[in-house]
Design a binder for this molecule. Structure first.
Ligand code: HEM
Length: 306
């Protein structure tokens, strides 16, 4: 690796580490702001919608602010270096530009976050953060080897990535709509299909907030919660099958890792419903979703055309 490549790669890895910290801290701030982990739980769930100070410790706010500002500079440096090196490393420029665009988007969204009544704000933060993490990882992968694979396997990985991103977006909608406790039984809500409507999936729907700024759950929350559960079943079956295909194609380590992370994610999902949303398990559910995303981005990049 040349000195210039080494410096660029080092900057990418530093920014990736900062982004991982920011994702976890943002999830902590968002979820504790929703009332998870507060002293009168579960009575406090969905409170703080009117901008009341959320119950997370001050160091989390400070660390988040420092990490986010530092990352603003490192992203600018990555984008300008990628522009200067675009002839020697043309593959780095598009992801670096997309990274800069997402940073600008998240900074603009930050100005709107006082309007927490719109699920789109929390959803935008979650997807924007995951998108940046994936782009940084893709930049890192540019400095690692690729392997030849059949075009069928490459398609299967792309489809898996698409399904996973949709499942992550649905999870974000469950969280942003305070729908986590809408169906708590092992089989969920009995009659949710009768009153299910597509309006539940509109991220610009204004949430019902009672006086005293607590949230009033409705039928849309049941639709979101149950859809996330059923789609988890589909995602589980598809990705587990993909894991088996990878093992059969001599990509044993990747296949095993995918299946193990998938099983952990589903167990965490069941755990957060069964134990009524402990903050730690929800944070782990968020982190494991990010890990699954990185596994599929790695496969999507490394498996090149035969
Ligand atoms: C491949 C499978 C799954 C993926 C990728 C996934 C992903 C996610 C993501 C990204 C979130 C948002 C977390 C956050 O707000 O930080 C979420 C939330 C949630 N998920 Fe899943 N999930 C999966 C399976 C499941 C399963 C099987 C269940 C339950 C049976 C479940 C229950 C929940 C609940 C209740 C929430 C809302 C937590 C909150 O209020 O923040 N998930 N999921």
């Amino acid at each position: 690796m040349t000195d210039s490549n080494r410096a660029f790669h080092g900057l990418v890895l530093l920014t990736f580490a900062l982004m991982a910290v920011i994702i976890l801290l943002s999830a902590h701030m968002r979820l504790s702001g929703a009332g998870l982990g507060c002293s009168d739980w579960p009575a406090c769930y969905g409170r703080n919608l009117a901008g009341v100070a959320p119950p997370h410790p001050g160091w989390i706010n400070t660390t988040h602010r420092i990490a986010a500002s530092t990352m603003g500079f490192t992203v600018l440096a990555i984008a300008s270096l990628a522009w200067r090196r675009r002839r020697v490393a043309p593959g780095d420029f598009p992801p670096a530009l997309a990274l800069l665009g997402l940073t600008a988007f998240l900074a603009a969204l930050g100005k709107l976050t006082h309007d927490a009544h719109l699920p789109a704000v929390a959803l935008g933060n979650l997807l924007g953060g995951f998108g940046m993490l994936a782009l940084l990882w893709r930049l890192h992968l540019g400095y690692t080897p690729q392997y030849a694979a059949s075009s069928r396997l490459r398609w299967q990985v792309s489809l898996g990535l698409g399904l996973l991103v949709a499942q992550i977006a649905l999870g974000g909608m469950v969280s942003a709509n305070f729908a986590a406790l809408s169906c708590t039984g092992p089989s969920g809500c009995d009659s949710w299909l009768q009153h299910a409507s597509s309006g539940a999936f509109n991220p610009f729907r204004v949430l019902n907030v009672a006086q005293g700024s607590s949230f009033i759950p409705g039928e849309a929350q049941q639709t979101l919660h149950m859809t996330h559960r059923f789609s988890a079943l589909l995602v589980f079956c598809y990705l587990a099958w993909l894991g088996v295909c990878l093992i059969r194609e001599n990509l044993r380590r990747s296949g095993m890792l995918l299946i193990a992370a998938l099983m952990l994610q589903v167990a965490l999902g069941i755990g957060i419903v069964a134990y009524r949303l402990p903050l730690f398990l929800v944070l782990m559910h968020n982190a494991t979703a990010a890990f699954l995303l990185l596994i599929l981005v790695t496969l999507g990049y490394r498996l090149r055309r035969r």
